[in-house]
Structures are given as C-alpha cells and as structure tokens.
Design a protein around this ligand. Structure first.
Ligand code: AMP
Ligand code: ZN
Length: 113
C-alpha cells in the first residue's frame, strides 16, 4: 500500500528497530509510549480494519495473537500485559494499517475512554 507508514516499516523502506519478525508480522517499539513498555505488532499484509479481514487475514491475526505470549521474555510480559486494537476515528486510530498495541511493565488502570 503506497503512503502507508507501517507498510514502509514492513518493506524496510523506512528504517526502524524491529524487535521481532516472522513471516506474518513485525514488532516495533511505539514512538510515543503509553505504558512503560509499548510495542506494536504489525501484520505484513495491509488492511485497515478487522471489518476488512478475509478468512485468511483472520487466521493471520490468530497466529499473531498466539505468537505474542511466546515472546514473553523479549517483550517483558511476565507480570501481565494489555493488547489494544484501535478501530476507526472514535477509537483514535491514527495509522490505517491494522496493528495490535502491546502494553506492559506497569499496573494499568481500566480507562477505555
Ligand atoms: P493508533 O493510534 O492505534 O493507530 O496507533 C498508532 C501508533 O503508532 C501510535 O501509538 C503512535 O505513537 C505510533 N507511531 C506513529 N508513528 C510511529 C513511528 N514512526 N514509529 C513507531 N511508532 C509510531
Ligand atoms: Zn499498510
């Protein structure tokens, strides 16, 4: 997808520190962390919304979710973590390429608004 920041990270056109990569996705550090540890799991395939997913995309997302806890040491998830997927304007989605926020390293309030 042209002009997509996360596609450019995936293709390595834009350089960033990739902390994990497999065939399905990359993990990078969020540039503006909202918790002590804040990573972004970014599928290599471009789609914006869960509503846009094909059945194959759903399998892809399932594999990503299954892989995250296996990266417990790397991502420092030992004491628990939170996954967030912002969808659309009301949720404040700023990058139109689906991604999973991984937040950890501190006690978190439950404050969805
Ligand atoms: P969202 O608002 O859910 O679409 O999340 C987009 C996330 O991307 C935000 O948490 C931003 O801080 C993060 N972000 C934006 N630009 C960069 C960048 N160049 N490198 C790493 N993270 C970024
Ligand atoms: Zn993209």
């Amino acid at each position: 997808m042209e002009n997509c920041l996360f596609c450019k990270f995936v293709s390595k056109e834009f350089k960033t520190e990739i902390v994990f990569e497999n065939d399905d996705f990359i993990i990078i550090k969020d540039i503006a962390p909202k918790a002590k540890n804040h990573y972004l799991a970014i599928p290599k395939k471009h789609f914006k919304l869960l509503a846009d997913m094909t059945a194959d995309d759903a399998c892809l997302l399932g594999r990503i979710l299954k892989t995250i806890p296996t990266l417990c040491n790397l991502l420092r998830l030992e004491n628990g973590y939170r996954l967030v997927v912002n969808q659309g304007d009301d949720a404040g989605q700023t990058v139109p390429h689906l991604h999973v926020h991984i937040l950890s390293g501190q006690k978190m309030e439950w404050n969805p608004a």
